[in-house]
Design a protein around this ligand. Sequence first.
Ligand code: HEM
Length: 492
Amino acid sequence: RREFANIPPGPKPWPVVGNFGGFLVPAFIRRRFGQQSEDSRDKNPLVSLTELANVYGNVYSLFVGSQLVVVLNGYEVVRDALSNHRKVFSDRPDVPTINIMTKRKGIVFAPYGPVWTVQRTFCHTKLRNVGLGKLSLEPCIQQGLAIIKTELLRLNEESGGSGVDLAPLISNSVSNVICSLILGQRFHHEDHEFRTIVDLMARGLEICVSSPAVLINIFPQLYHLPYGVFKELRQVERDITVFLKRIIAMHQETLDPEKPRDLTDMYLIEILSQEADGKKDSSFTEDYLFYIIGDLFIAGTDTTANSVLWILLYMVLHPDIQDKVQTEIDEVLGPHRAPSYTDKGSLRFTEATIMEVQRLTTVVPLAIPHMASATAEFRGYTIPKGTVVLPNLWSVHRDPTVWDDPDSFNPTRFLDSEGKLLRKECFIPFGIGHRKCMGEQLAKMELFLTVTSLLQAFKFRLPEGTPPPPLHGRFGLTLAPFPYTVCVSLRR
Ligand code: HEM
């Protein structure tokens, strides 16, 4: 098939399951028979995917079942595809498990076209002023940080030196930021409503991307099986629907068009305004809002939480860099003034450190799958319409043609000789092109405020005698660090 169609070269696929048979089947067997995979701690599929480029070139192909997938590697190729050929490579594939949750509406998995454009433009415009405008989320982030600090101290004392797992604290805080954005309020981390939405979204995503339910993508009939994870998937889908519909109904009942409380209110006002203008075929509908709310939860929580967890992990593994960041924070903020996003320009080493961890870890390593919306000629190959295109952002961040010593941790690579921040085009943790992350500004604000605030207050270290977790992380839709615990001590 490859030779006839001039599609990019690649390894020979297995029958039926394609190239992913090689790791899907052993992973499933390990899980089924309960062997907690020691070897999965040593193997990083991103290294394997990137190494395939040494054999087949920076544009190569794989098959998932019978679906052709083209993997783009290295800065030059990824930039060429997503910038110069962005019109043809900005669509999203039709993935059965994802369609169950999104129905191809909302923003993240919506097809590239006029509806996606107006919906994204509306939400992006509202999100852009999260730092200052009507939707300012800085106070909400600060409030979450105050809670994390108190809880962290308490748990640290209770742990008697064995350390605290930061993941639930950070995850609650980040989820609460999305709740403030969409629901106009923060919740206590044990609040029933809060737990319901956070747990449902996380479980839905987990089932769709890393459970045997992914087999639905090859055998769609499995969706209807009356047991196991397939049954659970249908239940989670129903529960999310009930929950989100109730949220929208509550907003409608209490809506004051003069005083929007959150993004949901702003969207409902837009629906009313388009109705008043007589726009009968407007895409601004309650139905669409439903999927946008789901999207923001999924796209805005795990990504940010894992980025914070990675940064704090690198800080315990590199105490010298932690010291330097803290010295800078002390010089700029002193011991008591809480950081504000406007301090970003003055805390350059801190910012460079955040960027360097983001580079090395690339939390959304393969972006979100793209799709060719038409047959395209790209770098000497034919990419047929409907091909899934994976921009390997992880490979861009390890590309030796654009980074010196790419595997080393060196925040100063983002600073010039006068200590000013360097903007590097090859640094793309949020992607590039039309499908670039819509929450980039919010995410940057959360990372900056969380990291500066926690490092201003605490010294972080690994518990005595605890080996560091492997640094390549756990690969799902996002790249998460392996679980770890930390001990903290108050800096004052
Ligand atoms: C898409 C990264 C946080 C909303 C993406 C993509 C990446 C990314 C790589 C895919 C780009 C592509 O497909 O080419 C990140 C990282 C984050 C983060 C690293 C945190 C550090 C957020 C937050 C929100 C958000 C906080 C929302 C509040 C979205 C949306 C899309 C997206 C809606 C889909 C855009 C589209 O398809 O048009 N993000 N993201 N992200 N992100 Fe983020």
